[in-house]
Design a binder for this molecule. Structure first.
Ligand code: DC
Length: 278
């Protein structure tokens, strides 16, 4: 038995042929000649236990971006539930503003008026099991904002840089403490460029259209209209000048065209767990 030494002292002490046992406070003390493997095993066990028992584990910021119909909302909500995080649908905020613009009879092209409208609005996301409830100035508009006119308007109001700046600032406030899965179009590129995990969830446009039709149980002309709307919205979201929809350079791109929802979730969860261990 020798005197205790700290982590920094380990390497030079080893060079001299010492052997060490890792104590819980990351101190080392010489014990016996073959102790290197033993010390490594102890260190592994210590880290593993710390990870499993840490009362304040690191809470990640997870960004999920992608086009409409790729399955972002479902994956974000299921992942958040698994991790005990909240999921935030940033698109719902653009939808709430769009609804207010419709009600106020504002032009979707009037950036200054839309910015002022946003500034004077109180938009709240309330995470729940089936997605986010959305409160606009205290009124629950969760159902109304999913209707066709608001969907189209949301895509149009979101092209304006000043509107986006306002939204991005609010979204950062919501997610800054971590423990959040935020989904949208620019979460990994603009809202949280330093997110712990960035996923870009994509799928073939035809498959995305079909999934939406099945989700909404529609056929015939209504379905054809939905497909046309989706394509137009995609085009606008991808080609707008301010923060167009695109994968961040460090995003993991998942093409869900031939994957089941469970398969996508398993892949994303595995990535999240690997980030938690870092
Ligand atoms: O995700 P969603 O379909 O609810 O989004 C509605 C619109 O809001 C979408 O057409 C583009 C816009 N949006 C955006 O520009 N940036 C985001 N982070 C989220 C949505």
């Amino acid at each position: 038995m020798g005197k205790r030494m700290n982590l920094e002292a380990l390497v030079p002490a080893f060079a001299k042929g010492g052997d060490f046992l890792v104590s819980e406070r990351a101190h080392f003390r010489p014990v016996r000649p073959d102790a290197w493997a033993h010390a490594q095993m102890k260190a592994f066990a210590y880290n593993f236990l710390r990870l499993m028992t840490d009362p304040t584990p690191r809470k990640l910021i997870i960004a999920i971006d992608g086009p409409a119909g790729a399955g972002k909302s479902t994956i974000a909500s299921r992942l958040a539930r698994k991790l005990g995080y909240v999921n935030l649908e940033s698109g719902a905020m653009y939808r709430a503003l769009a609804l207010k613009a419709i009600k106020s009879d504002l032009s979707f092209d009037d950036e200054a008026a839309l910015f002022k409208l946003a500034h004077d609005s109180h938009i709240e996301l309330v995470p729940s099991i089936g997605g986010n409830h959305v409160l606009l100035d205290g009124c629950d508009v969760s159902v109304r904002i999913r209707e066709r006119d608001v969907t189209e308007a949301a895509s149009r109001v979101s092209v304006h840089p000043r509107v986006r700046e306002w939204m991005v600032a609010r979204q950062r406030e919501l997610g800054v403490n971590g423990g959040v899965v935020m989904e949208g179009r620019d979460i990994g590129t603009k809202v949280f460029p330093d997110a712990d995990l960035k996923i870009f969830l994509d799928a073939d446009p035809v498959v995305r259209e079909q999934r939406r039709m099945e989700q909404q149980k529609i056929k015939g002309e209504v379905a054809a209209n939905l497909a046309a709307d989706l394509r137009e919205r995609d085009r606008r979201d991808r080609t707008r000048a301010a923060s167009p929809l695109m994968a961040a350079e460090d995003a993991v791109v998942i093409d869900s065209t031939k994957m089941s929802e469970d398969e996508v979730l398993a892949q994303v969860e595995e990535l999240a767990v690997s980030r938690l261990k870092k």
